[in-house]
Write a protein that binds this ligand. Sequence first.
Ligand code: MLT
Length: 250
Amino acid sequence: MSVRVDVYFGPATLPPSEWQGRVVVVIDVLRASTTMATALAHGARAIIPFESADDAVARFKSFDRSEVLLAGERRMARISGFDLGNSPAEFTREVVEGKTILMTTTNGTAALMAVQGATEIVLGAFVNLSATVAVLRHAIRNTLGIAVVCAGSERQFAMEDAVCAGRMLRAVSRRLATAHWNDAARAVVALDRRYGKDIEGCLRDTVHGRALAEAGFSGDVALAAALDTHAIVPVYAERQVTPLGRPRRR
Ligand code: MLT
């Protein structure tokens, strides 16, 4: 049977057995996957995703205050009482180094938590594109399937995630010439060809890019459009996100 290359839009609710034997890349360019890559690149110890703010707060109580930060947004704004929102600019080395970050975002964390059961789950964005492509190449060498989950916005298709997915798949498409591509996987490659030449322009023109600019987060769009700022791949395993290759503390 040939290897599968599938793209899904929105949190993909497949049974865990469907994810087995596949590397899953979860993309939320604006802004969760960009922000998580930035946090880990700046020395955060781990990120633990939660679907609800209440769950994050409940878990927060089990940590020593000096080692943990609460982060997350609703309608793009920082959740009241939290240390950080979801802006990559906030996750500086001074703020996050050595910390465990308990995080909840509207779409990104839910998309991540929906794919449990995969052989490997990583987070991709433009800021860590080449590092993520290296993970895909490794998966292909090991004849694993590839699934890309584009988190989207409010369960809708989001152009920024699709173009990023297309860019990643285009980088490995020659090695996957005999693979079975779903229609969404073929479509994102075409979208990257059409819209990927000016990434920042593309992001600024998306629904969420415009909403972020209106909400005062224009700088985040520029940060999210920058290619390969961080040579890091966030991996989600055992309920936490840590950088690929770093030994996991329990
Ligand atoms: C999300 O997870 O929905 C986003 O990252 C929203 C945002 O903060 O821009």
